[in-house]
Structures are given as C-alpha cells and as structure tokens.
Design a protein around this ligand. Structure first.
Ligand SMILES: Cc1cc2nc3c(=O)[nH]c(=O)nc-3n(C[C@H](O)[C@H](O)[C@H](O)COP(=O)(O)O)c2cc1C
Length: 277
C-alpha cells in the first residue's frame, strides 16, 4: 500500500507523531512518504492508498494555510484516510477541520489521533506549556494508533477505528470548539499584536520570509508584515537574530482568560492529574 503522511508542523511536534506512525507502516512493508506542507501538491492525496493528514491546533482549529489548502482537494472517492494533531491547550475543532474536507471529497476517514505538544506560542501566559511533549509515551500511543489502522484496514470492517478520537468525526459543542469556530483570522488579527522588526538586529537573512506560512513577510529592506499575517509568530520565535518582537499588553490577559488552567480543566480536555507545566 502507498501511504502518504502529509503534515503541517511549525515546531516539529506534529511531524514527530507523523514520523512515528510512518515507521510502523514501513515496518509492516508499506511504501511510506512523509510530506511537509511546503512541498505538498494535491496529487499527493490522490496518489495514495492511505492518507494520513496532520496539523497542530492553532486557536482551537486547524491552521489557516491548512484549511485553505484543503478547500481544493481532488476527488478522493473511497480512499482511506486518518487525521492527527498535537495541541498545547484546548484543541477544539482541529481534528474535525482536517477530516471534514477529506470526507467532503469522498474519502473514508477511519480515525483521528491527538496528543499534547509543547506550546511555543510566545505569549507569556502560554510559554512552555506541556514541556517535552510529545514524549515517548505519546509517540508509543501514536505507534499503537498506526498499528490499529493497519489491523482495521486488513480486517475489512467498515466504519471508524475503535480507539479513534470521536471529535475527528463531528464538530462538538464544547467551549473550545466554539472558540475555534469564532476565532477566525480577522478577529485574531484584531486581538493579537503584529510582530515588529528591529532594524538594528535584522541582518536581512530572509529566514522569516521563507518560514512564513502565509507568505505575508517581505524584506523592504527590513521585514514588513502584510495584512494576511495569521499571528502564528513563527517569524518571531524562530528568527536567528531575535530581531522581531511584540508588545503583548492586554492580549496576554485576553489569551489567559480563554486558555487558563482552570478553564482548560473544566471546559477543555485536560484529564484529572494531567500536568500542564
Ligand atoms: C499561533 C499558535 C496558536 C496556538 N493555539 C493553540 C490552541 O488554540 N490550542 C492548543 O491546544 N494549542 C495551541 N497551540 C499550541 C500548538 O498546537 C502546539 O504547540 C503544537 O504541538 C505545535 O505543533 P507543531 O510543532 O507541529 O507546529 C498554538 C501554537 C501556536 C504557535
């Protein structure tokens, strides 16, 4: 079987999960391609017998570039697929955002997997949430999930995997699902500050230009950020010269009101005893 594992991953967490799953498929004798989003073409979906689609949760939903890309998928009639994600807080509707476009194009989505990933969002109230995740236990769960995908496919039993996340198939009505439905790009742009470049520090290396997932950054001659910025702060957190910064002001408080530990425990999917820090 040709298995294409397609993954958007800014800081490597979701990629690790996809790789762990890919190793299981390879060990079982299948041809596996792990494809990053920057190299992805729509044919990577149509040419596979089994598609694995992964992305992190951003603002309790799938990142904008992923949602945009999935709008133009080719027909996938009857093709098997699964989705996976990592999250540093309320994952909200991310798995549903990944599986719904596949289902609309006719794919048979059999399951969804989710685990924690260290949060690299630079807003002070979230820094270093879930350190060192996904850890060996998360990756071993990812491998077990991949094994059950193979068992399920070889059994020929129709329907979903027994150990799949149910939120891969339907949009829940939980607090973070609703947050994910409300926090669309214009509102995020309004609420969250835009990074600013320090011309003294910027060496015009273009790292940020290449890394920006929405191609919103140009050098003129120093970084300028367009209106299409989705506030993922990748330019800022990864800049080799530390040349971009943000004044958080009240945004830190606003993020905290939505993604604080108490709300996450009451209204999110944090299990009793699970540590955030
Ligand atoms: C811009 C941004 C927004 C995020 N929003 C959320 C969120 O709403 N809910 C959540 O669970 N995690 C959120 N996270 C945390 C990521 O989902 C988590 O760190 C994930 O593991 C990152 O995966 P990656 O390394 O594959 O990019 C956010 C991270 C960033 C950078």
């Amino acid at each position: 079987m040709q298995i294409n594992i397609v993954c958007f991953s800014q800081t490597g967490n979701t990629r690790k999960v996809g790789k762990a799953m890919g190793e299981v498929f390879k060990a079982a004798g299948h041809a596996v391609r792990n494809i990053g989003f920057n190299k992805l073409i729509h044919e990577d979906f149509s040419s596979a017998d089994l598609i694995g689609l992964g992305a992190p949760s951003f603002e309790s939903q799938a990142p904008t570039p992923v949602r945009e890309f999935l709008k133009d998928l080719p027909l996938l009639n009857g093709k098997k697929a699964f989705v996976f994600s990592t999250s540093g807080g309320g994952p909200g509707r991310v798995l549903y955002d990944l599986s719904k476009p596949l289902m609309i194009r006719g794919a048979d989505v059999i399951g969804g997997f989710l685990c924690r990933g260290t949060c690299f969002h630079p807003v002070p109230c979230l820094v270093n949430r879930f350190p060192n995740r996904p850890d060996s236990r998360d990756l071993s769960r990812a491998r077990s999930f991949a094994k059950s995908v193979l068992v399920h496919l070889s059994s020929g039993i129709p329907g979903a995997l027994a150990d799949s996340r149910p939120d891969a198939f339907k949009h829940g009505l939980g607090f973070y699902n609703i947050i994910g439905a409300i926090l669309k790009d214009p509102l995020v742009r309004f609420l969250m500050p835009k990074p600013k470049a320090d011309p003294q520090k910027c060496t015009e290396c273009k790292w940020c230009v290449h890394e920006c997932p929405t191609h919103s950054l140009t050098l003129n001659p120093k970084p300028e950020i367009a209106k299409t910025c989705i506030r993922c702060y990748r330019c800022m957190t990864g800049c080799p010269e530390n040349a971009l910064s943000v004044r958080w002001g009240i945004s830190n408080f606003m993020v905290w009101t939505l993604y604080n530990t108490t709300f996450e425990r009451w209204l999110g999917d944090i299990k009793p005893g699970e540590k955030l820090y």
